[in-house]
Design a protein around this ligand. Sequence first.
Ligand SMILES: Nc1ncnc2c1ncn2[C@@H]1O[C@H](COP(=O)(O)OP(=O)(O)O)[C@@H](O)[C@H]1O
Ligand SMILES: [Mg+2]
Length: 260
Amino acid sequence: MTTKLQVSGLSKYFLTRDGEPRKVLDSISLNIETNQFVCIVGASGCGKTTFIRAIGGLIPVEEGEVRIDGQRVEGPGGDRGFVFQHDSLLPWRTVLDNVVFGLEVRGVKPAVSHPLAESLLQLVGLNGFDKHYPSELSGGMRQRVNLARALAIDPDVLLMDEPFAALDAQTREIMQRELLKIWAQKRKTVLFITHQIDEAVYLGDRVLVFSSRPGKVAADIAIPFERPRPLSLKRSPQFLKIVDEIWTLIEQEVVASMQA
Ligand SMILES: Nc1ncnc2c1ncn2[C@@H]1O[C@H](COP(=O)(O)OP(=O)(O)O)[C@@H](O)[C@H]1O
Ligand SMILES: [Mg+2]
């Protein structure tokens, strides 16, 4: 196993309205192995999005650093792809033109980018939809396009911030299974934030539980289930036991933060 992502002593402050610095991430250190699927859970406002944005190089950090393949992250880069909760598709572009967007800005010619986009649309189960516009698609389909677009630049690391949060329960389950299938095929290092603990346990090799303000890794839990994982795994006693353990950890964090 090789280390893909190295986070050392990472702290982040935001200024309050009174101009006082407030610590949002508190000296986070962790390593993530190449092709590992890591999920992050924690109470709302504990700094999950801030953490993933720092790894993406979208925001500066005050202390510590992030390294990918040993290289210090100084800003965004093609080695990292993003999928956010709300799709950021361009409404005036077709599905195909949305998927090729990142390639287009990198100067990749349509003769190369279009066949690649077609194959990615097939991978995410959207063949035949290349000429549709985002407004003609359901929420689940738009998130598939979003994923295809993130994959188009072939990033080593996929940063996913509650990508399925806006989907209905059934679509969400299907997307989880599909995401694992795609991950097994494409082999990426994935950082996946979710509110839903069962989603984290179903998807992840590892679940990081963030503590409430300032965010820290309160627990780092290895998920023992072999792959491929059927959706029925979610009903097994061992699965429910891990979900329950994580739930208790988060509850303790939330209670502690309310008393602070
Ligand atoms: N740009 C910003 N300026 C000031 N405070 C911010 C900013 N972004 C996030 N915060 C604060 O940082 C904390 C962590 O936010 P966030 O990372 O979005 O948490 P989470 O994703 O876990 O819900 C919250 O208290 C939020 O209000
Ligand atoms: Mg968030």
